[in-house]
Ligand binder design. Sequence first.
Ligand code: ATP
Ligand code: ATP
Ligand code: MG
Ligand code: MG
Ligand code: MG
Ligand code: MG
Length: 277
Amino acid sequence: MANSKYAYVRNYELPDPLLPGCFLMCRLDGHSFHRFSEVHGFTKPNDERALQLMDHAATDVVSEYKDIVLAFGESDEFSFLLRKSTNLYNRRHAKILTTLTSYFTSCYVFHWPRYFPNTPMQYPPSFDGRIIVYPDERSIRDYFAWRQADTHINNLYNTVFWALVQEGGKTTTEAHATLRGTVSATKHEILFKQFNTNYNDISPRFKKGSIIVRQVLPEAPENPQDDGSEQSLDPQVPNQAAIVGPKKGGRAKIGITVLHCDIIGDEFWTERPYILS
Ligand code: ATP
Ligand code: ATP
Ligand code: MG
Ligand code: MG
Ligand code: MG
Ligand code: MG
């Protein structure tokens, strides 16, 4: 098998190494999820079950690939940061991108029935993926700030848009027209005056997105999840800390945690200097 006369075709496979010593950011995004969300009856503007399913699939990816130090998700997308010294698959671009993308997609489909027990999947979803190579800490901070700012901007727009449609009786065309060119303060005002909604009271999951990080877990001697069994993310309990892969032994436990906090300011990063080290 090794040296048949056909084996020369292998020489057409070109190496595709990613630049050494740089951070690798892998972002996945659902293909045509506007349609997928409609076909599967996602609640608008934010279907919490769908977001929890995304978090679960992403937590599985983080658990499987130890060199992922941080992940951020919103809507149908997730970004995974690999530490700059990672030697995963010898930094082969296609190998890393395709395995992460397909593993995430499998996990999404695998866990679907748990979050949508009464909604059979109508067709198999897919995700696209890309890897961006970043040279320094500043660009990583700015990358995550960019995604979280995007989460906020989209969520504010979508929250007002769907209030106008669902409660205000407008058509989607009219709602878009109402919001065209409005600044953030105007959207807050519409929400407050017309729909008696204070944007600040909306779930942090929707406003901030999901941050998945490895960190030392608080002491939990009788932790029922600390049995080495499969992780359990309970779809009934929003904003919970998801703990997977518990380490045995007397030392502090490192777990994978899902947060919905600010990552634009310094606090998150100064509390976790190991992320960018
Ligand atoms: P593309 O293939 O170019 O990514 P897309 O239809 O997936 O196209 P996106 O910009 O990725 O477009 O937007 C994803 C869309 O999926 C959102 O606009 C929203 O309609 C829908 N969506 C994703 N997650 C949720 C959710 N949790 N709740 C409600 N709708 C969602
Ligand atoms: P890598 O991740 O590097 O691809 P691998 O374990 O998948 O590692 P491959 O060279 O791709 O290695 O070989 C796939 C292996 O999967 C085969 O050697 C065989 O052991 C197993 N396998 C795949 N398909 C079948 C099948 N239909 N029946 C039995 N075994 C199979
Ligand atoms: Mg896209
Ligand atoms: Mg998409
Ligand atoms: Mg998207
Ligand atoms: Mg194989």
